[in-house]
Ligand binder design. Structure first.
Ligand SMILES: Cc1ncc(COP(=O)(O)O)c(C=O)c1O
Ligand SMILES: N[C@@H](CCSC[C@H](N)C(=O)O)C(=O)O
Length: 405
């Protein structure tokens, strides 16, 4: 049964974003926190005893609903300005659940610089389910127009910034164009890179927002999770149906971990973002081609600033030579070599998009010498010193004198 109440936050004063992240409301009428525990308890149970032989109570079975997950989902709906939010087992699950809104013969329009796993899912749907995806450069809303079909287009899937090229698209303009031409189409934004602390796509015209909760929302690389936030009640019911039918709702323990992580999102993101800005400035000062929406040199600096309250903590840069980039990555001592981002450590990475075939990467202008930096909360001076020595060791930087920009 569906136990998650709609977000009921209109009844009280709204605080500033960092406060709202910490302040967890008790879902109205949920009876989910009988003892007023300051930290929402973990309801580690698969099933719930009933008092009636004919009617089920608020909760009956954890696949269908669990009080710990309800608290989390209610909190997520609030911070994402959604009518309802759902917590599932991974970011890819969130994307898969949303993709199930598309029927065979319908179409998707998606960016050409999407996370590799999303690209893999869309390729699977194309090959096996007769669901075609048109990949376009979403930085230019005009290029979407020729692919819009009044009845066939079902989803328009956007990332902004994109992973890993850090391209920006205009959520409001694209939403208006698509909604006007295709009443059946839904705008889906993967907001993983920004987190709801920095950007709220539902307020900009999107219909559905998804997150890999594995990243900033949880923040410690100790959890896999996904989030789906929805504006429309009918769409939300369809999403809930799929989650219950397929059994991919987030477990009670992971729901508790994610709720705990969300409370510290603002402090982590503020520090990570400030570190990222210093590192981007350092790299640009030394002549590297850096893509980071906090730099005025980013071609969509102003558009990004209009849509969000900060540039985030992921940036990418090129060295001009693939083997030099590999040496840079391998020469760092402090920066771990690992995929994923959003954690409290930092990592250089050119592995996350290995699932996109080399030919497709080339066709979409994905530079093989790209290094993606996912900046953590360490002392920025240590991160810069380590990056500097790695650049010098790899021969990417001739001048080994460490100058701050
Ligand atoms: C932008 C983006 N969306 C979705 C995902 C998928 O999330 P998860 O790994 O939690 O399945 C990832 C990374 O994996 C990602 O970087
Ligand atoms: N082997 C994984 C790669 C995951 S990449 C994780 C993350 N989204 C990132 O961008 O670093 C796979 O095949 O999905």
């Amino acid at each position: 049964m569906n136990t998650q109440p709609e977000s009921s936050n209109s009844r009280r004063h709204t605080y500033r974003p960092a406060t709202e992240l910490v302040f967890v409301d008790c879902p109205e009428g949920s009876g989910a926190n009988h003892y007023n525990a300051a930290s929402v308890p973990i309801y580690q149970t698969a099933t719930f005893k009933q008092t009636s032989a004919t009617q089920t109570g608020e909760y009956d079975y954890t696949r269908s609903g669990n009080p710990t997950r309800s608290h989390l989902e209610n909190h997520l709906a609030k911070i994402m300005s959604a009518n309802r939010a759902f917590a599932v087992s991974s970011g890819m699950t969130a994307l898969d659940v949303v993709a199930r809104l598309v029927k065979s013969g319908e179409e998707i329009i998606a960016g050409d610089d999407l996370y590799g796993g999303t690209n893999r899912l869309l390729t699977f749907l194309n090959k096996n389910c007769d669901i075609k995806t048109h990949h376009v450069d979403t930085t230019n809303p005009e290029v979407i127009l020729p692919h819009l079909h009044p009845t066939r287009t079902r989803l328009v899937m956007l990332e902004t910034p994109t992973n890993p090229l850090i391209k920006i698209c205009d959520i409001s303009t694209i939403s208006s164009i698509v909604h006007e031409q295709c009443p059946n189409a839904l705008i889906v934004v993967d907001n993983t890179m920004m987190s709801p602390y920095l950007q709220k796509p539902l307020e900009l015209g999107a219909d559905i927002v998804i997150h890999s909760g594995t990243k900033y929302l949880s923040g410690h690389h100790d959890l896999m999770a996904g989030v789906i936030a929805v504006k429309d009640k009918v769409v939300a019911e369809k999403i809930y149906f799929t989650i219950n039918a397929t059994g991919c709702g987030l477990s009670p323990f992971d729901s508790w971990l994610l709720l705990r992580g969300v409370k510290t999102l603002a402090v982590r993101m503020d520090k990570q973002q400030s570190n990222a800005m210093q590192i981007a400035t350092f790299l640009e000062f030394h002549g590297f081609q850096v893509s980071y929406p906090g730099l005025q040199s980013h071609p969509q600096y102003e558009l990004h600033a209009r849509m969000s309250s900060g540039p985030g903590a992921v940036l990418s840069f090129t060295t001009g030579d693939t083997s030099v980039s590999e040496r840079v990555v391998e020469s760092t001592k402090l920066w771990a070599i690992s995929v994923s981002f959003g954690c409290v450590n930092s990592m250089p990475c050119r592995m996350s998009h290995a699932s996109i075939p080399a030919a497709v990467r080339e066709e979409r202008g994905f530079p093989e010498d790209l290094i993606r930096l996912c900046v953590g909360i360490e002392d920025a001076a240590d991160l810069i010193e380590d990056l500097h020595q790695a650049l010098v060791t790899a021969g990417a930087l001739k001048n080994d004198d460490l100058r701050e920009a």
